[in-house]
Design a protein around this ligand. Structure first.
Ligand code: ZN
Length: 397
C-alpha cells in the first residue's frame, strides 16, 4: 500500500506562496489584511510569505488604502514586469505570436499568413520560431526575462514532452510539435489545443470570469469547446475532451472535415454554413459572407440556429454549467444578432432544470484571443511553481 505523502515545511511554504500569489494575481491590489480574509491563512503566514515575495520582486507595493480609523494599509500586487509570457496562435490562416507582461498587456506582436491548406509542419515551426525572435527584438525583452511560450494549436494535443498533435484538418498525424520547437528555442514550452487556451482566457479575463462550472463554446471554421469543471479545464484521459464539433447531430448526415458524417461542425462551422448556402469558399471573404447571410435573414441561418441550439442543449444536459460562453469569430457573428433565438432553440432541446440555471452569454475577448489564451498556459505554471522560490526556501531551511 502506498504511504501517505508527508508534507514538509518547504512544501507548505510553497503551497502558501502559490495560494497568495494566485489571490493577488486574480483579485488585483490587495492589503495583507484582506489577503488573510481571502485565503484563510494566518496574519503571520501572510506577513512572512508576502515578505518573501516582495524580496524576490515577484510582487510590489501598489499604494495605500484607508483602514477604518487605523493606519493606512499597504496594497500589494503582482509585479507586472517580473517576467513576460509569449503566446502563439496557430490558426487556419495565420501564425500569430504575441509577447505580454504579467498584466497581459501586449508588448509586441508578429503575424505570418498561411495560405489555405498550407499548414506544412516545417513552415509553421519556422514561423513560430521567427515570431519569438521578432517579438523579443521589438519589445527589447531579454530571453532570460521570458517565463515561457504557450502555443495554441488546432486538434488534439497529447500532453507529454513531445506535445504530439493530431490535427486531421491540418493533415497533422502525431506531429511532435514540442520536440520540433525545442530544436530552435530553449524557452520553456507549453502546447495545448487553441479552443482550450481561449477558454482559459475567457474564464480568467472575459465572460467566464467568476464561474466555477462553465463551457466556452468556440465556433470558427472549426467548432470546439473548453469545459471547465470546478474551475479547472476538463481534459479527459488523453486531453481530447471538448471535441464538441465532432459530436453527432444528424445520424448519417453531412460529411465533416474529420471524415465522419453528421458532426455538429458540418452544420455550424463557418465553412459548413457557407457551403450549405451554396457560396464559394474563400478564407479572405468568409467573414463578410457570413455577416451578409445573417443580415439578410437567410433560411440557412435559421437552420444553423436550430443546430447550434441543439448543440448547446447537449452541453447543458451533459455538464450542467452555470454559464456557457459563445465565442469564436463565427459564434460572435451569429450571437451578436441572434442570441435570443439561439437561447430559444437551446431551451427547446434541453431539460428544463439545467437550462434554467445556465446562462448563455457572448465572449468578451473578441475572436483573436487564442494567443492571449496560449500565454495563460505560461501564467498558470508561473502561479503554480513560481521559480524564484525554491532556492530561497532551501537556503532558509
Ligand atoms: Zn467531424
Amino acid at each position: 500500500m502506498a504511504r501517505p505523502e508527508r508534507r514538509t515545511v518547504r512544501d507548505l511554504r510553497k503551497g502558501n506562496r502559490a495560494v497568495l500569489l494566485r489571490a493577488l494575481y486574480f483579485v488585483g491590489p490587495t492589503s495583507r489584511h484582506e489577503l488573510t480574509a481571502l485565503t484563510g491563512l494566518s496574519a503571520a503566514t501572510v506577513s512572512n510569505v508576502t515578505g518573501d515575495l516582495l524580496a524576490d520582486n515577484v510582487i510590489v507595493e501598489a499604494g495605500l488604502v484607508d483602514s477604518d480609523g487605523g493606519r493606512p494599509r499597504v496594497l500589494l500586487r503582482v509585479n507586472p514586469v517580473y517576467g513576460y509570457a509569449i503566446g502563439v496562435d496557430v490558426g487556419e490562416t495565420h501564425v500569430r505570436v504575441e509577447l505580454f507582461d504579467l498584466d497581459m498587456n501586449e508588448k509586441a506582436k508578429a503575424e505570418y499568413a498561411l495560405r489555405p491548406g498550407g499548414h506544412e509542419v516545417e513552415l509553421v515551426v519556422r514561423h513560430i520560431l521567427a515570431g519569438i525572435e521578432a517579438v523579443l527584438a521589438d519589445s527589447g525583452v531579454a530571453p532570460g526575462q521570458v517565463l515561457g511560450v504557450g502555443v495554441g494549436v488546432p486538434g488534439i494535443v497529447e500532453s507529454g514532452p513531445d506535445a504530439l498533435i493530431h490535427a486531421q484538418t491540418f493533415g497533422w498525424d502525431s506531429v511532435p510539435l514540442g520536440a520540433l520547437l525545442r530544436e530552435g528555442t530553449s524557452l520553456p514550452l507549453y502546447v495545448d489545443n487553441g479552443a482550450k487556451t481561449m477558454g482559459q482566457a475567457e474564464l480568467w479575463f472575459g465572460a467566464g470570469r467568476g464561474s466555477r462550472n462553465a463551457v466556452i463554446a468556440l465556433i470558427g471554421s472549426g467548432v470546439g469547446a473548453s469545459i471547465i469543471t470546478d474551475g479547472v479545464t476538463y481534459r479527459g484521459a488523453n486531453s481530447s475532451a471538448g471535441e464538441w464539433g465532432h459530436t453527432k447531430i444528424a445520424l448519417g448526415g453531412r460529411t465533416c472535415r474529420c471524415g465522419g458524417r453528421g458532426c455538429l461542425e458540418a452544420y455550424i462551422g463557418a465553412e459548413a454554413i457557407l457551403e450549405r448556402a451554396g457560396l464559394p469558399l474563400d478564407t479572405a471573404t468568409e467573414q463578410a459572407q457570413l455577416a451578409e447571410l445573417v443580415r439578410s435573414g437567410s433560411p440557412v441561418i435559421d437552420e444553423t440556429v436550430e443546430y447550434l441550439g441543439a448543440g448547446l442543449a447537449n452541453l447543458i444536459n451533459l455538464f450542467n454549467p452555470e454559464r456557457i460562453v459563445v465565442g469564436g469569430w463565427a459564434g460572435l457573428t451569429l450571437g451578436h444578432h441572434l442570441l435570443t433565438k439561439i437561447k430559444k432553440a437551446a431551451a427547446e432541446n434541453c431539460l428544463t432544470q439545467p437550462f434554467s440555471t445556465a446562462s448563455i452569454v457572448l465572449g468578451r475577448l473578441g475572436p483573436d484571443a487564442v494567443a492571449l489564451g496560449a500565454a495563460t498556459l505560461v501564467i498558470e505554471e508561473f502561479l503554480l511553481s513560481n521559480t524564484a522560490a525554491p532556492a530561497r526556501e532551501a537556503a532558509a531551511l
